[in-house]
Design a protein around this ligand. Sequence first.
Ligand code: SF4
Length: 501
Amino acid sequence: MNITASILYNYTQCPHRVWRDIYGPQEEKIQEPNPFVQLLWDKGVQFEQEVISKTGEFIDLSKGELSDRNLRTMEAMKDGKELIYQGVIKHAQFLGIPDFLKRLEDEKYMPVEIKAGKAYQNGSEEEENKPKKHYAVQLCLYVEILKSLGFAKENIGAIIDIEMNETPYMLDRMMGPRAHKTWWEYYEEVKAEAIALVANDKQNYPANSAVCKLCPWSVSCKKWCNESEDLTNLFYLGRNTRDIIRADLDILTTKDLCGLDIGRAMELKKQNKTILKGIGEGLLRKLIARANVVVNTKKPVLYEKLDLPKVPIELFFDIESDPTQDLVYLHGVYERRADEEKFIYFLAKDNSGQSEKDAWQRFWDYIRTLGEGDYAIYYYSPYEKTTYKKMSKKYFDVISEDEVAQFFASSNAIDLYRIVQAKTDWPLSSYSIKDIATYLGFKWRDENPSGALSIQWYNEYIASKDENILKRIIEYNEDDCKAMVILKDKLVEYSELMEYE
Ligand code: SF4
């Protein structure tokens, strides 16, 4: 079987996917394409066409049998053609179809990929933006094939991004300021793993993780995780930690973890510094407590009393955004006062920057009508805060960066997810607002609520202006806000109960 860019991409998303695609129980694989994945695909194709239509002369090798396209690609490169679209390159078991092969001054070629997204991923607060792993490995694969064929010397490629800018990818550079390897070394590792998995020389396990939601194996892998009582059924215990605990302590299930002797584990770690890498006593204690909630008590726990603001107005707020367009299209607020509750929303009625800005302006106009200190604002996860920070840079005439920072720094701005993460445990594998509120008995009006689907609906609404679709988007957002009300009230209830224990 050929090693292709899509195999390497799958590996970067989930190391198990490569093996499961070939050797997994095919009857358990979901056949219908995920609508959000389909949306991303369609947008990618549409954007590629747009780029192509604005590109000057090129040789189009996008049609025909792969073997024939491969022959014609080789001829085109031997003839020194400037730009080749969708050529097929192959060497040994490696196969690539770069969007463009661009001739360089030294007669060699460089792969260029068209991506309907940003060329680099946003860095953390301290780190700069950096190349995306899946783009880098894809370009490395193409460069390696070109080098084997004698058509490349340097480890470089490029991405044409959503702004239609060409951004170089220097693949011999370190992956980041604190990284210990270059992009090329990372690629070599990914490639070696993918080859072993494809050949079935190596097997690995599924893991319960966020990426599973968009994967056709989601049901199948979840079933495996449940039946195996896998450690990744515990919130925040990911694949790497699971693999280390399995290998170093021979703990395979959540039940086993409940009985772990921490003293013995720490003694082993002291004797052999290579085991339990990155896992300390504190984390083990936390995971054992969590395992006990999932396996034994099966009841939520609040570990610390809460001191939430007592104010006349509570706002529960949630935003909807479309990362494929870098657009925030909805700001929803569920406003609760002693005598009144209502949902207010601020919508970008089209996907233009002006419409996004207007909605953002209206949100802040609303906030400014409330007396400072009279209200508390609740949200779930740091996403709202980081998105608003970015928006304040984009629309600095609406509100300054400092004002947004102050708004979130206030003791009346509360990220409920932080409380959930630090001070509670639930008999659930995910602590998303959907899972927790559903556990608490809340029901979304939509049969199939998800942020990814909301993006799909918004795109459909933009195309059709169908008010029913808009209603669905707004109701979904309102229910997300109401779910936070349920959670907040339950946390307060648990906190008050602690006083009497
Ligand atoms: S469902 Fe999850 S674990 Fe399974 S292959 Fe997909 S991403 Fe990997």
